[in-house]
Design a protein around this ligand. Structure first.
Ligand SMILES: Cc1cc2nc3c(=O)[nH]c(=O)nc-3n(C[C@H](O)[C@H](O)[C@H](O)COP(=O)(O)OP(=O)(O)OC[C@H]3O[C@@H](n4cnc5c(N)ncnc54)[C@H](O)[C@@H]3O)c2cc1C
Ligand code: FES
Length: 269
């Protein structure tokens, strides 16, 4: 669905990273963790295109705050990297944005009783909070492995901890948590009865996917690609599927077939 939404807050949670809350219609409560939105600042013509962001959270206000006609909100967590995100970071309470959401295919929770292992690299943590909330509500045991280059890239960990999620933090320079790559920490804890949900830079996702395959652990990855339409019309966001060859092309649209894929669906070489 497409709708106009009002910015409720837009806070810098770490240098260069913002968390923005916006009003949303009740129907968005039917969205799945891992789905995304396409956002455009109302009346802005530059940049013209919408920008994709994972749903960081979707929820309802407590009754005492729900007086002004809107009862539902959504949030995004974003990193300022260029024109569009710089423009977003300047928005304030009361500004309007145009949203197209929920889009794409989200995470599949898998059978009850497994240990659910979330792996986030930097801003890749964004879609994992909504997932953690959903899994915890279903009574699942959830662990989070969060990695970044330095402490500034480790975002919103206390929010995960408040849900009761066991968290493991690592940074390349050792300024927070263990020194090293998130995949090194993950490997020490991998075992049977687990299911992995990962989002982050492609090299990290490749390492997680291959590690999961070698341990026989099911793994879903949330992928990124440049997006123009967000709905499968422009073919601007394709990735190679596992069976792709020059003779028999096998392409997947990140916006429509993903952004969440089973790791074995994609070609990692
Ligand atoms: C499904 C999906 C979900 C996403 N979720 C989030 C999220 O929750 N939080 C978040 O901060 N970002 C997320 N992104 C990335 C986000 O869409 C881009 O950072 C944003 O569009 C950049 O817009 P810009 O105008 O600021 O930068 P631009 O001026 O368009 O680009 C600036 C720089 O960023 C690079 N860039 C642009 N888009 C991407 C991309 N998709 N992946 C990697 N590099 C890119 C460009 O190559 C360029 O170097 C997501 C992307 C996808 C496809
Ligand atoms: S963004 Fe247009 S097809 Fe995916």
């Amino acid at each position: 669905m497409q709708f106009k939404s009002m910015v409720l807050s837009n806070v810098e949670v770490s240098p260069g990273y913002f968390r923005m809350r916006m009003t949303a219609p009740q129907e968005l409560l039917e969205s799945s963790p891992g789905q995304f939105l396409m956002l455009k600042v109302v009346d802005a013509i530059d940049p013209l295109l919408r920008r994709p962001f994972g749903l960081f959270d979707v929820g309802t206000f407590a009754p005492e705050y729900a007086g002004c006609g809107t009862q539902c909100y959504t949030e995004i967590l974003y990193k300022v990297v260029g024109k569009g995100t710089k423009m977003l970071s300047a928005l304030h309470h009361g500004d309007l944005v145009d949203l197209l959401t929920p889009l794409g295919k989200g995470f599949a929770a898998g059978p009850a009783g497994e240990e659910k292992v979330l792996v986030g690299g930097g801003i890749g943590l964004a879609p994992l909070y909504y997932l953690a909330k959903d899994l915890v509500m279903k009574g699942e045991k959830v662990r989070l492995f969060a990695g970044g280059r330095n402490r500034d890239d480790i975002l919103c960990i206390t929010e995960f901890e408040r849900l009761g999620v066991e968290t493991y933090v690592s940074t390349d320079d050792g300024t927070l948590g263990e020194r090293g790559l998130v995949t090194q920490v993950l490997e020490q804890h991998l075992g049977s009865g687990m299911r992995i949900f990962a989002c982050g830079p492609t090299p990290m996702l490749k390492a997680v996917a291959l590690m999961a395959q070698s341990h026989g652990v099911p793994c879903q990855v949330s992928m990124e690609a440049g997006m123009a339409c967000g709905v499968g019309a422009c073919l601007g966001c394709v990735l190679k599927g596992a069976n792709h060859t020059d003779e028999t092309p096998d392409y997947r649209c990140v916006c429509k077939d993903g952004p969440v894929f089973d790791s074995f669906e994609l070609q990692w070489s």
